[in-house]
Design a protein around this ligand. Structure first.
Ligand code: UD1
Length: 422
């Protein structure tokens, strides 16, 4: 296993290019199962999670090749319909093959994801939705065994809570169903818009893109196509928060500022100067000694993203006041708090809320800490970059699930950071 070493306390300067979005690449790769032929996906990040879903596709009989950031996936020989526990347990988003397998083969056996560091995260909405489309789902020995004779039947589906992968899974299934499906209270994350665009190019008929009501008129066939993965808003947000924490001035390029409405507003309130120009965002924190405190509450898009909660909490822990971080999406997403304490933070947790008493920009010091999940790990990186002295973060495989070339990108911004074997 590898650990990450950071010699902190240096401001960041320069330009960093944002990669394609992990959370868009995963559903778009799964969507290639819907139509035989050779699909082309551009701007695909090379991450542990994208490799996992490609291994899953291989296990179903699919072949693929990568040329730089372009993936060519040949979905012609879709032969198997089982997603095993070994793959699903390492990445919950493996459940995204359920809809395409049911649409193309009429059956799918997908392991239940089980618990993960940030909470129970069930897939009951996915299962209920497919049952409404006429699928028979049995839960046996840790697997969902799903089957339908013929095509799925259009229906109206309502989500109690907007689910991102739930919306994506049902969109893919409904695209090839007979008749019209309406998904009410659908999630509105930009990654879903990316999937709608890809399905539309493949021949699907979908109305309501970007809204919480998606209407899908099922078609008999979809066709292989070419699509582009949108920029990773969470990666962009992580670098912006890092610069706010360390000071300095950085431009993130190849991103979409419109996908980060809530974060940019919070960073401005925290006292940062931010310029949005085309597909770039520049954050200038030069000479700012103080970070103002600001509360956040995680919400479905366009609210503040839960995937940027841990990073913003690290920033608020260096502010000059008290802020409240309210996590409404996942029940156990404060694993980073105990690790941030080791670096000087003063944070008290009360249920879904954390009361963060800022210790000032210079109040953090380096320490050995442990990464617990993907976004918690990036909050430790931010804390380590801002802290005085050396931080060692173990179990950085979590980071590699979602951040492409983080060490190289941070080094180019002037950080002193490297990997070592544990
Ligand atoms: C996706 C993202 C993840 C992000 C999350 C919330 C991907 C690959 N992952 O995860 O990075 O943190 O959205 O923005 O895109 N729920 C149920 N039953 C279900 C499904 C969800 O109760 O069947 C609950 C969850 O426990 C959670 C809420 O609904 O409280 C939203 O979860 P959901 O949007 O489904 O998260 P994911 O799609 O797994």
């Amino acid at each position: 296993m590898e650990k990450l070493i950071i010699e902190g306390g240096k401001p960041l300067y320069g330009t960093v290019r944002i990669s394609g979005a992990k959370n868009a690449a995963l559903p778009l790769i799964a969507a290639t199962l819907l139509a035989e032929g050779i699909h082309t996906l551009n701007n695909v990040p090379d991450l542990r999670d994208t490799r996992t879903i490609l291994r899953l596709l291989e296990s179903l009989g699919i072949t693929w090749e990568r040329h730089g950031t372009t993936l060519r996936i040949d979905s012609t020989n879709l032969t198997y319909s089982e997603a095993s526990y070994d793959l699903v347990k390492t990445m919950r988003a493996s459940v995204l093959v359920l809809g395409p397998l049911l649409a193309r083969l009429g059956k799918a056996k997908v392991s239940l994801p089980g618990g993960c560091a940030i909470g129970a995260r069930p897939i009951d909405f996915h299962i209920k939705g497919f049952e409404q489309l006429g699928v028979t789902c049995r839960l046996e020995q840790g697997y969902v065994d799903a089957e339908i004779d013929g095509r799925m039947q259009g229906s109206t589906i309502f989500f109690d809570v907007p689910s991102v992968t739930g919306t994506e899974n049902l969109l893919m299934g409904a695209a090839l169903a007979q008749g019209t499906t309406i998904i009410k209270n659908a999630a509105r994350e930009p990654e879903i818009g990316n999937l709608v665009d890809m399905l539309t190019v493949m021949g699907a008929e979908i109305e309501g893109r970007g809204t919480d009501r998606l209407t899908i008129h099922g078609v008999e066939r979809l066709y292989a196509s070419e699509s582009e993965i949108i920029p990773d808003r969470i990666e962009a947000g992580t670098y912006l928060i890092a610069v706010a924490a360390t000071g300095g001035e950085v431009t993130v390029t190849d991103c979409n500022p419109a996908h980060l409405p809530s974060l940019l507003d919070k960073l401005r309130v925290a006292g940062m100067e931010i310029k949005e120009l085309g597909n770039t965002i520049t954050l200038d924190a030069t000479g700012r000694q103080k970070i103002k405190c600001v509360d956040i509450k995680t919400m479905p898009y366009p609210g503040y993203p839960t995937d940027l909660q841990a990073q913003f909490m690290a920033l608020m822990a260096m502010s000059d006041g008290v802020s409240i971080v309210h996590e409404t999406i996942f029940e156990n997403r404060f694993m980073h708090v105990a690790e941030l304490h080791r670096m000087g933070a003063d944070i008290a947790i009360d249920g879904h809320m954390a009361v963060v008493k800022g210790v000032g920009r210079t109040g953090f010091y380096g320490a050995p800490v442990m990464a617990t999940d993907l976004r918690a790990s990036s909050s430790l990186v931010i804390a380590g970059l801002a802290a005085k002295g050396r931080t060692e973060i173990s179990r950085i495989y979590h980071l590699e699930r979602g951040y492409e070339q983080m060490v190289e990108k941070l080094t180019a911004l002037g950080a002193t950071v490297w990997k070592e074997q544990e």
